[in-house]
Design a protein around this ligand. Sequence first.
Ligand SMILES: [Zn+2]
Length: 269
Amino acid sequence: MEVMLIVAFALFGTAIGSFLNVCIDRLPLGKSLLYPPSHCDTCQHRLSPKDLIPVFSYLWLRRRCRYCQALIPWRPFWVEVGSGCLFAFIYWHYGLSAEFAVTVFYGSLFLVLGVIDLEHQLILNKIVYPAVAVALIIDIVLPQTGILDAFLPQPAILASLIGAGNGLLGGGIGFVFLFIPILIYPQGMGWGDAKLAGLIGLVTGFPLVLVALLMAVILGGLVGVTLLLLKIKSRKEAIPFGPFLSLATIATLLWGSDILQWYLGLFQF
Ligand SMILES: [Zn+2]
């Protein structure tokens, strides 16, 4: 039964993933998420329901449009697969709980933010600002309603249970953490990164915000050095930091407390 539910949430996640693809495609261009309906970017043919089955229609059409045979990029496929894995894993991790709902919401949010920054070098205010508002509601309002206590099997694991003070502290630390390097080295990162780091602090709270930011710096550094050594990128080309921030935040939402405990354990003899 449990396995069936995990598979069901994986499939649900791939369906959410195809909506996330629509967000990634259209939000940077300022297009509506609802209209026009999904269509092939090459021949404009409207896609039928059988073309829109997440992951699978991609595989059996061999990445090609059914109508004009144009090759479809890999990204929509990987976003659907990634979202499916994320939903299945979060369900397995938290069960059907308030934590599940909050974590899949944040996971989807950071997936969209990260992929848009990867493709466009843009962190969109029209995503970050509403997300800050939602994170503030989750930090400040939700704990007071008592909804969380009713649903939570294991209180206090979830970042959103950090409470108002902790969430705001995390947000402030996140913003300042990137604010200083931007002042010193404005070419390296943008205000988008600082706002994103503030959002990450609201989402993860203190001290997990430090886990997320340090993980992003380490990941970004490793990938940046590798790309330079393999000569895939030159020293002058900017590598966006948002994808690393997003990936590190998703990892922190899932394993942040474990990572922090492991790290603090290193100093205990
Ligand atoms: Zn087509």
